[in-house]
Design a protein around this ligand. Sequence first.
Ligand code: PLP
Length: 408
Amino acid sequence: MPESVWGAILQSAMQRIYLDYNATTPVAPPVLEAMLPYFSGEYGNAASIHAPGQRARAAVETAREQVAALIGARAQEIVFTSGGTESDNHAILGAVAASGQQSPHVITTNIEHEAVLHACEELERRAVAVTFLDVSASGVVDPLSVERALRPQTVLITVMHANNEVGAIQPLDEIGRIAQAHKILFHTDAVQSAGKLFIDVNTLGVNLLTLSAHKFYGPKGVGALYIRTGAKLRQIFFGGHHQRGFRPGTENVAGVVGMGKAAELALIQLRSGTETVSALRDRLEAGVLARVPDCRVNGAGAARVGNTANFCFFGVAAEALVIALDLKGIAVSTGAACSSGALEPSHVLTAMGLSGDEARSSIRFSLGRQTTPDEIDAAIESVRAAVAQLRAVAPAARESKSCAIEIE
Ligand code: PLP
């Protein structure tokens, strides 16, 4: 089944070249196979006492072990959630609520995903002090700046593992040591590193870690929060006794099973060391830089996850380029987001020091397990042609106000 199903997925995508794996990945065939029984024959509620319920419970607990293994955690430290957004919110709001601190302070960075940034902004509305740290031109936060930002009231440090737009890997182990030395909870959003980098919660020194299944060939709408034993966290949902009452709600058994299988496969892939995606990413960057004038790779100076390339094509409106490439059958993303009818440049790229115009001229390519050298070569040629076409009509392209495309 696997290879032929991958083939069918690609066929059904009308021979499109999908280079947006940071937005989401297809469900891997063995993951789908593992999930299917839980939509039909095995429909028991994992909270039920009877046999079908207990089979569902066993499947959920196996998945908990599989997810824990991916990050070097213990099964009882994994709570299943509805995805990365919920896990981030739970970690941040829950840690501050449980801190008991009268005037709590939180440290984060300017390059976090909205799930973290907007949760921190919500904290500010609740009179919590938040420090948003700057990053280098390569998109990396300096651990010393974390240390300098500490206050006696600091209760949480939240810094992502790998950035979703440029792939920059943050120095979590150093930040973890600072957090440990000051006995401050340390959370990381590992949504974009899981399955791409080896993760060990002990090496990283994190107390809380966010995962999302659909970024590593699992289903959408299911994620996990790692909570180190002893970390104090207030629950944010109230309801039944599921997951020890800490995260109530009938478990999404099929989704959880899919996440567990996806985690198992990701670990096998990481251990086999057969990941060729970074060679393809390098081929893409070298090819584009050689064939397209006036462009550069954003964040090239940092250690990055191997699948992500973010280019600035000077003078080209990113959303027009995304649409032009889409018309050529290539799926990529821009970091621009629509706010009040205007196209806002990516907060990540502007935090790295790009001007608004440069950020609005930048697009992300993210490669995955199914990406082939032929696809990369075709993409390079399409980018060359699309950029040339758009530059020939540059004024019109720059005036584009389309707000349809946002980065995940
Ligand atoms: N964090 C990061 C870094 C992400 O890239 C994303 C999704 O794009 C999320 C959090 C949100 O995850 P989910 O889509 O599972 O809510």
